[in-house]
Design a protein around this ligand. Structure first.
Ligand code: SAH
Length: 303
């Protein structure tokens, strides 16, 4: 999965109508603006440390970074933008949206500073391991194709995700800051096969055309939370994307954009529906924040 995705992202821009899938920041500027507003509010309540930096993991086309940084700048945040991205194709696109960004290959290369971090649809792309009755499920070459070597009740684990979360959480504990993790997945760990492949906006079989389609799996937020608390960070409850965006005021943001641009009303209504409705992204997508014990929890997670 790691090799397939490294090749896949390094060789194309997979996002948007002509690509394989569309993400929340590509649906509407409101998504990134609300991420920016949540981070700006948290930074303000943490007494606006001037050495804080904006960090994004897997920033795609850079749309989320551009929208979030616009709001952060208007709140007085002057910190640099640090992007963790391995794909040269996507780095070039990000450079157009965030010209003064600094790029890093890995979380470990980030500067020693308080961080305002966001990861949208980053963790789903990190590799998982599947096992059946405690035995790892492997992929075999059979004839011209690939096949799994065993079936049954599947349990998924992702050492790569756990390592990434503990690296972030360790930075937050050491230097301060808050991180927003947004992805499709489940609040509680549970057995089940969630490996999926998408190409041209359709689900396709996972083991064909390795490296030519987007392979992901659902994110286990309970496991992420365990890794973050294990190194001493604070973790908020996991909430649905629909509830989170509503609490952050997507309705008010859409109304103010509609007043200023009445011709955009149909597009704005459609965007709110896609991002928040439970049959669209509102329920399947979850949001969790991880923060330093010295920083307040970001808004939107109140229970
Ligand atoms: N966050 C963006 C894009 C999501 S697609 C959006 O919401 O639109 C996944 C992103 O993660 C891409 O930018 C991809 O190149 C990047 N990525 C995938 N695996 C990575 C890894 N191991 N390290 C750094 N970036 C990675």
């Amino acid at each position: 999965m790691e090799a397939c995705n490294n090749y896949y992202y390094a060789t194309r821009d997979p996002l948007g109508r002509d690509g394989d899938f569309t993400t929340a920041p590509e649906i509407s500027q409101m998504f990134g603006e609300l991420v920016g507003a949540a981070l700006a509010d948290c930074w303000t309540r943490a007494e606006q440390p001037t050495d804080a930096v904006y960090v994004e993991l897997g920033p795609g086309r850079g749309s989320l970074a551009a929208d979030a940084l616009r709001v952060l700048r208007s709140a007085g945040f002057a910190g640099a933008g640090h992007l963790v991205e391995t794909s040269p194709v996507l780095r070039a696109l990000q450079g157009k949206r965030v010209p003064d960004a600094q790029w890093h290959e890995a979380i470990e290369d980030l500067p020693a500073a308080p961080m305002l971090l966001v990861a949208n649809e980053f963790f789903d792309a990190l590799p998982i391991r599947q096992s059946v009755e405690g035995i790892e499920r492997r992929v075999e070459v059979i004839g011209d194709g690939l096949a799994f070597d065993r079936d049954g009740v599947i349990v998924e684990q992702s050492p790569a995700r756990e390592e990434a979360v503990s690296a972030i959480a360790t930075c937050l504990v050491q230097y301060g800051g808050a991180a927003l993790v947004i992805d499709y997945g489940h609040e509680r760990s549970a057995p089940g096969d969630t490996l999926q492949a998408v190409r041209g906006h359709r689900y396709v079989p996972t083991l064909i055309d390795a490296g030519e389609q987007d392979i992901t799996s659902h994110v286990d937020f309970e496991a992420l939370g365990r890794s973050a608390s294990g190194v001493g960070a604070k973790v908020t409850p996991t909430v649905t994307q629909g509830d989170w965006l509503n609490r952050l005021g997507i309705g008010a943001r859409a109304a103010s954009l509609a007043t200023a641009n009445p011709e955009r009303i149909p597009e704005l209504e459609k965007a709110v529906d896609r991002l928040c409705h439970e049959e669209q992204m509102g329920q399947l997508f979850k949001v969790m924040a991880i923060h330093s014990p010295d920083w307040p929890a970001p808004a939107g997670f109140e229970t």
